[in-house]
Design a binder for this molecule. Structure first.
Ligand code: PMP
Length: 282
Protein backbone atom coordinates (compact mmCIF):
# COMPACT_ATOMS: atom_id res chain seq x y z
CA UNK A 1 0.00 0.00 0.00
CA UNK A 2 1.34 3.41 -0.97
CA UNK A 3 0.35 6.51 0.95
CA UNK A 4 0.36 9.84 -0.84
CA UNK A 5 -0.63 13.39 0.05
CA UNK A 6 -3.31 15.15 -1.99
CA UNK A 7 -4.29 18.71 -1.13
CA UNK A 8 -4.96 18.48 2.62
CA UNK A 9 -4.98 14.73 3.26
CA UNK A 10 -2.82 11.65 3.37
CA UNK A 11 -4.61 8.96 1.37
CA UNK A 12 -3.97 5.60 -0.23
CA UNK A 13 -2.56 6.23 -3.72
CA UNK A 14 -5.22 4.02 -5.37
CA UNK A 15 -7.95 6.21 -3.80
CA UNK A 16 -6.42 9.57 -4.75
CA UNK A 17 -8.01 11.45 -7.62
CA UNK A 18 -8.03 14.92 -9.11
CA UNK A 19 -10.40 16.73 -11.43
CA UNK A 20 -9.90 16.51 -15.23
CA UNK A 21 -10.24 20.29 -15.13
CA UNK A 22 -6.97 20.59 -13.20
CA UNK A 23 -4.73 23.09 -15.01
CA UNK A 24 -1.83 20.67 -14.66
CA UNK A 25 -3.72 18.20 -16.86
CA UNK A 26 -5.21 20.77 -19.24
CA UNK A 27 -2.20 23.03 -19.78
CA UNK A 28 0.82 21.46 -18.06
CA UNK A 29 0.46 24.50 -15.79
CA UNK A 30 2.42 22.95 -12.94
CA UNK A 31 5.84 22.37 -11.44
CA UNK A 32 7.40 19.45 -9.64
CA UNK A 33 10.34 18.24 -7.59
CA UNK A 34 11.95 14.82 -7.31
CA UNK A 35 13.73 13.97 -4.08
CA UNK A 36 15.67 10.94 -2.92
CA UNK A 37 15.25 9.59 0.59
CA UNK A 38 18.10 7.40 1.80
CA UNK A 39 17.30 5.36 4.90
CA UNK A 40 14.28 7.67 5.32
CA UNK A 41 16.41 10.81 5.22
CA UNK A 42 15.54 13.30 2.51
CA UNK A 43 18.68 14.22 0.60
CA UNK A 44 19.22 17.97 0.09
CA UNK A 45 15.70 18.83 1.24
CA UNK A 46 16.45 22.57 1.60
CA UNK A 47 17.85 22.77 -1.94
CA UNK A 48 14.75 21.10 -3.39
CA UNK A 49 12.36 23.38 -1.49
CA UNK A 50 14.40 26.44 -2.57
CA UNK A 51 14.20 25.40 -6.23
CA UNK A 52 10.47 24.70 -5.88
CA UNK A 53 9.85 28.15 -4.38
CA UNK A 54 11.79 29.84 -7.19
CA UNK A 55 9.69 28.02 -9.79
CA UNK A 56 6.40 28.78 -8.04
CA UNK A 57 7.36 32.43 -7.79
CA UNK A 58 8.37 32.61 -11.45
CA UNK A 59 4.98 31.22 -12.49
CA UNK A 60 3.00 33.21 -9.93
CA UNK A 61 1.55 30.06 -8.33
CA UNK A 62 0.72 30.93 -4.72
CA UNK A 63 0.76 28.02 -2.29
CA UNK A 64 -0.61 28.74 1.14
CA UNK A 65 2.07 26.72 2.96
CA UNK A 66 5.29 27.73 4.68
CA UNK A 67 8.59 26.04 3.84
CA UNK A 68 8.38 24.18 7.14
CA UNK A 69 4.91 22.89 6.27
CA UNK A 70 6.06 21.71 2.83
CA UNK A 71 9.05 19.94 4.40
CA UNK A 72 6.81 18.33 7.02
CA UNK A 73 4.48 16.96 4.31
CA UNK A 74 7.46 15.53 2.40
CA UNK A 75 8.87 13.92 5.54
CA UNK A 76 5.46 12.53 6.52
CA UNK A 77 4.96 10.91 3.12
CA UNK A 78 8.40 9.37 3.47
CA UNK A 79 7.65 8.07 6.98
CA UNK A 80 4.19 6.74 6.10
CA UNK A 81 5.65 4.54 3.37
CA UNK A 82 7.60 1.49 4.38
CA UNK A 83 10.55 1.51 2.02
CA UNK A 84 13.90 2.59 3.45
CA UNK A 85 14.99 4.23 0.21
CA UNK A 86 12.43 6.19 -1.75
CA UNK A 87 11.97 8.55 -4.66
CA UNK A 88 9.48 11.21 -3.68
CA UNK A 89 7.61 13.30 -6.25
CA UNK A 90 6.01 16.58 -5.29
CA UNK A 91 3.73 18.12 -7.91
CA UNK A 92 1.99 21.49 -7.65
CA UNK A 93 -0.42 22.67 -10.32
CA UNK A 94 -2.16 26.04 -10.47
CA UNK A 95 -5.33 24.14 -9.54
CA UNK A 96 -8.82 23.33 -10.77
CA UNK A 97 -11.09 25.89 -12.46
CA UNK A 98 -14.72 25.39 -13.53
CA UNK A 99 -14.28 26.92 -16.97
CA UNK A 100 -11.35 26.08 -19.20
CA UNK A 101 -9.39 29.23 -19.87
CA UNK A 102 -5.70 29.77 -20.55
CA UNK A 103 -5.81 32.82 -18.32
CA UNK A 104 -5.88 31.65 -14.71
CA UNK A 105 -8.18 33.09 -12.08
CA UNK A 106 -6.62 34.94 -9.16
CA UNK A 107 -8.22 32.86 -6.42
CA UNK A 108 -7.63 29.35 -7.78
CA UNK A 109 -6.30 27.01 -5.09
CA UNK A 110 -3.21 25.08 -6.25
CA UNK A 111 -3.33 21.28 -6.27
CA UNK A 112 -0.57 19.71 -4.19
CA UNK A 113 0.29 16.06 -4.68
CA UNK A 114 3.16 14.15 -3.09
CA UNK A 115 3.80 10.47 -3.68
CA UNK A 116 6.58 8.01 -3.10
CA UNK A 117 8.02 5.02 -4.91
CA UNK A 118 10.64 2.60 -3.78
CA UNK A 119 14.13 3.56 -4.94
CA UNK A 120 15.12 0.18 -6.30
CA UNK A 121 18.62 1.06 -7.49
CA UNK A 122 20.32 2.96 -4.71
CA UNK A 123 23.62 4.48 -5.93
CA UNK A 124 26.42 2.19 -4.84
CA UNK A 125 29.93 1.17 -5.72
CA UNK A 126 29.68 -0.78 -8.96
CA UNK A 127 30.81 -0.72 -12.54
CA UNK A 128 27.50 0.41 -14.01
CA UNK A 129 27.94 2.29 -17.26
CA UNK A 130 25.45 3.70 -19.73
CA UNK A 131 25.17 4.52 -23.42
CA UNK A 132 23.63 7.63 -24.92
CA UNK A 133 22.75 9.33 -28.17
CA UNK A 134 22.93 12.98 -29.14
CA UNK A 135 19.99 14.90 -30.59
CA UNK A 136 19.10 18.52 -31.17
CA UNK A 137 17.37 20.34 -28.31
CA UNK A 138 13.79 21.00 -29.42
CA UNK A 139 12.59 22.35 -26.07
CA UNK A 140 11.36 25.84 -25.20
CA UNK A 141 13.72 28.52 -23.89
CA UNK A 142 12.74 28.18 -20.23
CA UNK A 143 14.01 24.69 -19.53
CA UNK A 144 15.43 25.97 -16.25
CA UNK A 145 11.88 25.76 -14.86
CA UNK A 146 11.09 22.33 -13.45
CA UNK A 147 7.75 22.19 -15.22
CA UNK A 148 5.66 19.06 -15.73
CA UNK A 149 5.36 20.00 -19.42
CA UNK A 150 7.74 17.17 -20.25
CA UNK A 151 6.54 16.18 -23.72
CA UNK A 152 9.93 16.73 -25.38
CA UNK A 153 11.63 14.74 -22.62
CA UNK A 154 9.12 11.90 -23.01
CA UNK A 155 9.73 11.77 -26.78
CA UNK A 156 13.50 11.79 -26.15
CA UNK A 157 13.30 8.90 -23.71
CA UNK A 158 11.19 6.89 -26.19
CA UNK A 159 13.78 7.60 -28.88
CA UNK A 160 16.63 6.52 -26.57
CA UNK A 161 14.80 3.29 -25.78
CA UNK A 162 14.18 2.61 -29.47
CA UNK A 163 17.90 3.06 -30.12
CA UNK A 164 18.76 0.71 -27.26
CA UNK A 165 20.50 3.34 -25.12
CA UNK A 166 19.85 4.76 -21.66
CA UNK A 167 19.93 8.53 -22.13
CA UNK A 168 19.72 11.18 -24.81
CA UNK A 169 21.93 14.26 -24.66
CA UNK A 170 20.77 17.45 -26.33
CA UNK A 171 22.63 20.10 -28.23
CA UNK A 172 21.37 23.53 -29.19
CA UNK A 173 23.09 25.29 -32.12
CA UNK A 174 26.02 22.93 -31.72
CA UNK A 175 26.39 23.39 -27.94
CA UNK A 176 25.49 20.74 -25.36
CA UNK A 177 22.67 21.62 -22.99
CA UNK A 178 21.78 18.57 -20.85
CA UNK A 179 20.32 15.08 -20.90
CA UNK A 180 16.61 14.27 -21.31
CA UNK A 181 16.52 13.60 -17.55
CA UNK A 182 19.98 14.64 -16.37
CA UNK A 183 22.79 17.19 -16.31
CA UNK A 184 26.01 16.52 -18.19
CA UNK A 185 29.70 16.69 -17.24
CA UNK A 186 32.76 15.87 -19.32
CA UNK A 187 36.48 15.56 -18.62
CA UNK A 188 39.14 16.73 -21.03
CA UNK A 189 42.84 16.56 -20.11
CA UNK A 190 42.11 16.28 -16.40
CA UNK A 191 39.78 19.27 -16.32
CA UNK A 192 36.04 18.82 -15.67
CA UNK A 193 33.47 20.83 -17.63
CA UNK A 194 29.73 21.33 -17.49
CA UNK A 195 27.46 23.74 -19.38
CA UNK A 196 26.64 26.89 -17.39
CA UNK A 197 23.15 27.44 -15.95
CA UNK A 198 22.61 30.11 -18.64
CA UNK A 199 22.64 27.32 -21.27
CA UNK A 200 18.86 26.76 -20.85
CA UNK A 201 19.29 23.81 -18.48
CA UNK A 202 17.69 22.67 -15.26
CA UNK A 203 19.73 23.71 -12.21
CA UNK A 204 20.04 20.12 -11.02
CA UNK A 205 20.44 19.52 -7.30
CA UNK A 206 22.79 16.61 -8.01
CA UNK A 207 24.78 18.93 -10.32
CA UNK A 208 25.13 21.31 -7.37
CA UNK A 209 26.28 18.52 -5.03
CA UNK A 210 28.81 17.27 -7.59
CA UNK A 211 30.24 20.79 -8.02
CA UNK A 212 30.62 21.02 -4.23
CA UNK A 213 32.59 17.79 -4.39
CA UNK A 214 34.96 19.31 -6.99
CA UNK A 215 35.60 22.13 -4.55
CA UNK A 216 36.08 19.73 -1.59
CA UNK A 217 38.56 17.66 -3.59
CA UNK A 218 40.26 20.62 -5.24
CA UNK A 219 39.53 19.32 -8.73
CA UNK A 220 40.07 21.30 -11.87
CA UNK A 221 36.61 22.47 -12.94
CA UNK A 222 34.98 25.00 -15.23
CA UNK A 223 31.44 25.87 -16.30
CA UNK A 224 31.63 26.55 -20.01
CA UNK A 225 29.84 26.09 -23.29
CA UNK A 226 30.69 22.64 -24.66
CA UNK A 227 30.52 22.06 -28.40
CA UNK A 228 29.84 18.67 -29.95
CA UNK A 229 33.43 18.14 -31.10
CA UNK A 230 34.73 18.79 -27.59
CA UNK A 231 32.15 16.38 -26.16
CA UNK A 232 33.08 13.52 -28.48
CA UNK A 233 36.77 13.82 -27.70
CA UNK A 234 36.17 13.79 -23.93
CA UNK A 235 38.19 11.38 -21.83
CA UNK A 236 35.16 10.94 -19.57
CA UNK A 237 31.48 11.78 -19.83
CA UNK A 238 28.99 11.63 -16.93
CA UNK A 239 25.35 12.36 -16.23
CA UNK A 240 23.84 13.32 -12.88
CA UNK A 241 20.34 13.30 -11.45
CA UNK A 242 18.44 12.57 -8.26
CA UNK A 243 17.26 9.09 -9.22
CA UNK A 244 20.60 7.76 -10.52
CA UNK A 245 23.16 9.93 -8.74
CA UNK A 246 26.14 9.98 -11.09
CA UNK A 247 26.76 7.58 -13.98
CA UNK A 248 29.44 7.35 -16.69
CA UNK A 249 28.52 7.35 -20.37
CA UNK A 250 30.90 5.04 -22.21
CA UNK A 251 29.33 5.23 -25.66
CA UNK A 252 27.79 8.24 -27.41
CA UNK A 253 26.21 7.75 -30.84
CA UNK A 254 28.08 4.38 -30.91
CA UNK A 255 31.46 6.13 -30.45
CA UNK A 256 33.51 4.95 -27.48
CA UNK A 257 34.24 7.65 -24.89
CA UNK A 258 37.76 7.52 -23.41
CA UNK A 259 38.82 3.90 -23.09
CA UNK A 260 35.23 2.67 -22.73
CA UNK A 261 35.43 2.25 -18.95
CA UNK A 262 34.44 4.43 -15.96
CA UNK A 263 37.22 7.03 -15.75
CA UNK A 264 39.55 7.85 -12.86
CA UNK A 265 37.91 11.17 -12.01
CA UNK A 266 34.48 9.58 -12.19
CA UNK A 267 35.49 6.99 -9.64
CA UNK A 268 36.91 9.62 -7.30
CA UNK A 269 33.82 11.83 -7.53
CA UNK A 270 31.42 8.89 -7.25
CA UNK A 271 33.16 7.77 -4.07
CA UNK A 272 32.70 11.23 -2.56
CA UNK A 273 29.08 11.31 -3.70
CA UNK A 274 28.38 7.97 -2.01
CA UNK A 275 29.89 9.38 1.18
CA UNK A 276 27.51 12.38 1.00
CA UNK A 277 24.55 10.00 0.66
CA UNK A 278 25.80 7.97 3.59
CA UNK A 279 26.09 11.11 5.73
CA UNK A 280 22.71 12.52 4.72
CA UNK A 281 20.43 13.53 7.54
CA UNK A 282 17.36 15.64 6.79
N1 PMP B 1 17.93 18.02 -16.29
C1 PMP B 1 16.73 17.47 -16.58
C2 PMP B 1 16.08 17.79 -17.89
C3 PMP B 1 16.09 16.62 -15.64
O1 PMP B 1 14.89 16.10 -15.92
C4 PMP B 1 16.76 16.32 -14.43
C5 PMP B 1 16.12 15.37 -13.44
N2 PMP B 1 14.95 15.89 -12.86
C6 PMP B 1 18.00 16.91 -14.17
C7 PMP B 1 18.56 17.75 -15.13
C8 PMP B 1 18.73 16.64 -12.87
O2 PMP B 1 18.15 17.34 -11.80
P1 PMP B 1 18.29 16.80 -10.32
O3 PMP B 1 19.75 16.57 -10.08
O4 PMP B 1 17.71 17.89 -9.47
O5 PMP B 1 17.50 15.53 -10.24
Amino acid sequence: MTICYLNDDFVELSKASISPLDRGFLFGDSVYEVLAAYKKNLFRLDDHVDRLNKNLELLGIKVNLSNTEIKTILKEVCLKNLEENQIIYLQISRGVEEIRNHIPKEDTKPTLFVCSFEMKNVPKENNETIKAILSSDIRWKKSSIKSTSLLANVLYKIKAQEKGVDELLMSDSGFITEGAVSNVFCVNENRIYTPPLEANILPGITRKVIIEIFQDLNLNFEEKKIDEEFLFKSDELWITNTTKGILPIIELDKKIIGDGNPGKLYQLVKQAFLKKIEDCKA
